[in-house]
Write a protein that binds this ligand. Structure first.
Ligand SMILES: Nc1ncnc2c1ncn2[C@@H]1O[C@H](COP(=O)(O)OP(=O)(O)OP(=O)(O)O)[C@@H](O)[C@H]1O
Ligand SMILES: [Mg+2]
Length: 255
């Protein structure tokens, strides 16, 4: 089972420590969520996993091979979407298919399927600058899925969505994760979102960024085996976990 491993990773910018000695393992089929207040190094860690930032100490690897650059085994959805604004939604997704060597005749059809998965059917002909922020995030997600990666690296992928769309997209993400068994490493500021999606939650605190708590959670596995989100959220265990997670993030704040 290939694992994405960050082992004792430290990240410095211009000599200043942003992250110190953080270790995170993501196996295929895991859904690992990073939470913690602004500036605690979540994006930095994702960038190390993506191969965009080199740690000053520690190592990053997949299946034992060092991560030194971006690769087709990992797809990234950035905090600020990095789509091509002059292309349509379909063309943005098709671009990732082209990189994967999908024949031209199949790209548009496959791109439309992926847009449908993120509930953007009908928006294929729209240019990126014509779409709302939430729609752009979903195009970014469709494009990431087009690469059929082993690992998905998501930086607040649902942050720009309204509450209702966000809830729908959480189940969409879980459906995609269940069907593909990718390993996910995702950043969010949503406490409920972390609990609904994660198999493991890593709580970070700033100054410099470090791990303060790890929660092994089982709510998303319950969804994967058929339980409804509503019923999971109504479980007293869910409310208890929400309280514990909130405390852990606050403790980090006091530190
Ligand atoms: N390219 C950079 N150059 C210099 N400093 C940086 C750079 N990127 C991040 N930092 C600093 O490193 C620290 C961690 O930043 P990072 O973006 O990883 O935090 P984050 O947890 O993702 O925050 P947020 O929740 O606001 O997105 C911050 O103090 C930030 O100012
Ligand atoms: Mg960030």
């Amino acid at each position: 089972m290939p694992q994405l491993v960050l082992d004792n990773v430290s990240v410095h910018y211009e000599g200043q420590a942003a992250v110190e000695r953080v270790s995170i393992n993501v196996a295929k089929g895991d859904f690992v969520v990073l939470v913690g207040r602004s500036g605690c190094g979540k994006t930095s860690l994702l960038n190390v996993a993506a191969g965009l930032v080199e740690p000053v100490r520690g190592s990053a690897s997949i299946a034992g091979r060092p991560i030194t650059a971006p690769g087709p085994d990992r797809a990234v959805v950035f905090q600020n979407d990095a789509l091509f604004p002059w292309l349509t939604a379909r063309e943005n997704v098709a671009f990732a298919l082209r990189l994967r060597g999908v024949p031209p005749g199949e790209r548009a059809r496959r791109a439309d399927e992926l847009l449908k998965l993120v509930k953007l059917d009908g928006a294929g002909d729209k240019r990126i600058w014509e779409l709302s922020g939430g729609m752009r995030q979903r195009v970014g997600l469709a494009r990431a899925l087009a690469a059929e990666p082993e690992f998905l690296l998501l930086d607040e992928p649902l942050g720009a969505l309204d509450a209702l769309t966000r809830e729908r997209m959480q189940t969409t993400l879980l459906d995609l994760w269940t069907a593909s068994q990718v390993g996910v490493l995702m950043v969010t500021h949503g406490i409920e979102e972390a609990l609904v999606l994660a198999t493991r939650i890593v709580v970070l605190a700033p100054g410099p960024g470090r791990v303060v708590r790890i929660f092994e959670t089982g709510f998303s596995r319950r969804y994967a085996t058929g339980e409804a989100i509503r019923s999971i959220k109504a479980d007293p265990a869910f409310a208890a976990a929400r309280g514990e997670l909130t405390d852990a993030i606050f403790e980090g704040e006091a530190a």
